[in-house]
Design a protein around this ligand. Structure first.
Ligand code: SF4
Ligand code: SF4
Length: 400
């Protein structure tokens, strides 16, 4: 494993374990599988584990695993304040104490304000007294480093970055998103201030692996490098010295091993001009085919009317990246036949989703387009018939 330093000189593994995609069993996190994955990573030198209050079951699971294996003092826990739920100072303590209890620890190494999308959110926190609260927690040692995770545009990122003496920040960044959200401008600005940058969504929610069009895979294969699509993504990030830790939501031992291999060998400054040209071509190939730039982050959810927004966009994109029939098939399986209907036609146009979308997608417009493509009349009739059969005892599940 290779390590890069934080603001205080502590060594952080360049690969961080994103604890939001553990395998599930009977609807709950499979703790035995999670333990195997975590311990594989720990034994390979991973020392940065990222979770959040709202990652269902995650804090409790990793707290138990760290305690069982007696490794709490050998690793760093990064977790996050659900700032969108905070309306007064008492709530800061409430959530933080609950997180300490779930994590079975008396301190958090890196505590981040979760999912800031503009400076107004940070101002709201300042108004409830967060700055004094942070000072007290840092003085007591309950919080070692303070930071924020970010999903808005570059200007908003720079404003928040420059408004406080942060210890760390976390941004969405990958070769496809080099210029969106905080982007390369935000990355470099943070690095210039000596603030370590943790990268989330290095594979764009897995899409830079699972949904790469055949033409893009061919470009990679013809490069002669022999790297997998995931390795291309990670190597592009590690090439940049401004990147400190790259998070990966790992949920198999094989995935941990592959990512650790890459993290052990990829150095900053190793990417050649030819490598960069390969990824520029891959990006073009993806853009040619993608219909909506949805990363599947789910910040737009839940929709008050039950519309499955990311699910609809995923299938819409699959129609163009894979094939029309595959996209429609996936839609019927994952959106069309859920017990609670999740169709675009349930949308009342309230716009709530668009306020939360970090990609600034005109969701209402794109949903209409997607629905038209995914459910032409014969499919609509077919899905309706299957629904009537599957849910025949219920009167509330008709296709809208
Ligand atoms: S605009 Fe439509 S899809 Fe978006 S939150 Fe409102 S009802 Fe849901
Ligand atoms: S529509 Fe926007 S907020 Fe919703 S999942 Fe996609 S990228 Fe995320």
């Amino acid at each position: 494993m290779q390590y890069r330093k934080d603001k205080n000189g502590n060594e952080l593994s360049v690969l961080g374990f994103g604890c939001m995609r553990f395998q599930k069993k009977n609807g709950k996190i499979d703790i035995d599988e999670a333990e195997k994955d975590i311990m594989e990573a720990f034994n390979a030198g991973v020392n940065y584990f990222d979770t959040a209050y709202v990652y269902s079951g995650s804090e409790v699971t990793i707290g138990e695993i760290f305690e069982r294996n007696n490794i709490r003092d050998k690793i760093n826990i990064a977790t996050k304040l659900p700032q969108y739920l905070v309306s007064n100072r008492a709530a800061l303590d409430k959530y933080f104490n609950e997180e300490l209890s779930r994590l079975r620890t008396d301190h958090v190494d890196y505590y981040l304000m979760h999912h800031l999308t503009d400076v107004a959110m940070w101002e709201k926190l300042k108004n409830v007294g967060v700055i004094q609260w942070i000072a007290e927690k840092k003085k007591s040692g309950a919080i070692r480093n303070i930071g924020f995770s970010y999903h808005g545009n570059t200007d908003g990122f720079l404003k928040i970055l420059n408004d406080y003496d942060w210890d760390i920040c976390q941004i969405q960044y990958n070769y496809f998103d080099e210029h969106s959200q905080a982007g390369v401008r935000g990355l470099k600005a943070a690095a210039e201030k000596g603030i370590p940058v943790v990268i989330m969504e290095p594979l764009r929610g897995g899409k830079l692996v699972n949904m790469l069009p055949a033409s893009a895979k061919k470009v990679m294969a013809n490069s002669g490098r022999g790297w997998s699509p995931a390795e291309w993504s990670f190597r592009w990030l590690y090439d940049q010295p401004e990147v400190t830790v790259v998070l990966s939501g790992m949920n198999t031992v094989e995935m941990v091993q592959e990512n650790c291999r890459t993290a052990s060998s990829a150095l900053a400054g190793q990417f050649t001009e030819k490598d960069k040209a390969v990824l520029a071509e891959v990006t073009e190939k993806i853009k040619e085919q993608e219909k909506v730039g949805c990363t599947g982050c789910r910040y737009c959810m839940p929709c008050p009317k039950g519309v499955d927004i990311p699910g609809t966009f995923r299938c819409y994109n699959a129609m163009y990246i894979e094939s029309k029939s595959e996209g429609r098939f996936q839609y019927a399986q994952t959106v069309g036949l859920t017990k609670e209907p999740a169709f675009v036609t349930q949308c009342i146009g309230c716009g709530k989703c668009e306020k939360h979308c970090p990609q600034e997608i005109p969701i209402r417009k794109k949903l209409k387009e997607a629905d038209k493509a995914l459910r032409p009349l014969p499919y609509k009739i077919g899905i309706n018939l299957v629904r009537k059969f599957m849910f025949r005892k219920s009167k509330t599940n008709n296709t809208p």
